[in-house]
Design a protein around this ligand. Structure first.
Ligand code: ATP
Ligand code: LTN
Length: 328
């Protein structure tokens, strides 16, 4: 299957991103035809410091390589290096209604949080995302729950284009993980874990052991002391059990049995150690890659080259179908 997914360069990658999306990327690349993209153009919808953004893009590539994205098995590249993303986004924007963009939950939230900067890019964000995906004839998109709505609009746009101009795009499937599609915040387990929130609310993949212990020990739990998986009534403990289970492979039922008589503190202590242990190889790899700037540059150069040649094939077809006069 042709797989495409993306991640924003800003903020620290956390276990929500990992369990919801990136872990699946690493698994799919063993068997499928994968492309992974650092979406720097999407990041511009929030005001960025240019130097900091440049650094963040390189850092994000290092983070992805550190957790197992392998440039020998998948195409890893930066969105702005392939100009066709913005070209296709423009074309698709003419097939997208204001109403459907205004209904997007992420847009409504971001517009509310950024009252001083309600730029048009915040509204058209999903059109650029649809272009990212449709440009490569993608069949499957591994993402977390929060991106489900953006995948629906992507399929709608593809359908609309195909109906009007003839079959050009594949309608991509959304690939949520079996569990972990919505990891919750450690401070407010009613909300998703988010890198734009307070660092105490998430475990970053490259957090130092002390920080991990501190954050897990102070994670919000529920009243009572019973350790039982019940997302409705015990969202805090259920979230910790889910993270535990996904990080070390034990089933939730097994964990409930193991900690039945032991209380919240014992569960938290054990979870902190599991996280420290499983994230340690990532930290080690990140340190090693931080000094290999030329190697990173070369990966991105090759990635952009491969992605560009695929993008150009789709764009030739799209320009022709839409009636743009060629000049070859
Ligand atoms: P944030 O809201 O944390 O700033 P984002 O949604 O902008 O994050 P990206 O880094 O662009 O995050 O997302 C990368 C991937 O991680 C996406 O597929 C997204 O669905 C997934 N993801 C983000 N947060 C979570 C979460 N709490 N649980 C599961 N998956 C998540
Ligand atoms: N909007 C996504 C990031 C993203 C993406 C994509 C994900 C941009 N383009 C294409 C999958 C496919 C987010 O904020 N997580």
């Amino acid at each position: 299957m042709k797989i495409f997914s993306g991640i924003q360069p800003t903020g620290k990658m956390h276990i929500g991103n990992y369990l919801g999306a990136i872990k699946q990327w690493v698994e799919f690349q063993q068997t499928d035809d994968c492309m992974f993209c650092v979406v720097d153009l999407h990041a511009l919808t929030i005001p960025q410091n240019p130097n900091a953004l440049r650094k963040a893009v390189a850092e994000k590539v290092i983070e992805l390589l550190s957790v197992g994205v392998d440039p020998a098995k998948s195409i890893l590249f930066v969105q702005s290096h392939v100009k066709e993303h913005t070209e296709l986004a423009w074309m698709l924007s003419t097939l997208t209604s204001m109403g459907e963009l205004e209904r997007m939950t992420q847009y409504k939230e971001k517009a509310r949080k950024n009252k001083a900067n309600q730029n048009a890019g915040l509204l058209t964000y999903p059109v650029l995302m649809a272009a990212d995906i449709l440009l490569y004839q993608t069949e499957g998109v591994p993402v977390g729950k929060d991106q489900g709505q953006h995948l629906e609009i992507t399929r709608d746009i593809a359908k609309r284009f195909n109906a009007r101009f003839g079959k050009t795009f594949v309608e991509p499937k959304t690939l949520f993980p079996k569990a972990g599609a919505k990891v919750l915040s450690l401070k407010d387990p009613k909300k998703k874990m988010s890198k734009s929130d307070d660092p105490e609310s998430y475990i970053a993949l490259f957090d130092e052991p002390e920080a991990i212990r501190k954050k897990i020990m102070s994670a919000v739990t529920d009243t009572g002391k019973e350790i039982r998986y019940n997302p409705e009534r015990k969202p805090g403990i259920s979230n910790l059990l889910l993270i535990y289970s996904l990080m070390n492979g034990k089933s939730i039922a097994e964990l409930e049995r193991q900690f039945k008589t032991k209380g919240y503190a014992a569960l938290k202590k054990s979870l902190a150690e599991i996280l420290i242990e499983t994230l340690e190889p990532f930290r080690r790899k990140q340190k090693e890659l931080q000094s290999r700037e030329l190697y990173i540059q070369e990966i991105l150069k090759q990635g952009a080259k491969k992605a560009s040649s695929l993008a150009e094939i789709t764009m030739k077809e799209v320009r022709k179908r839409m009636g743009l006069l060629g000049n070859e």
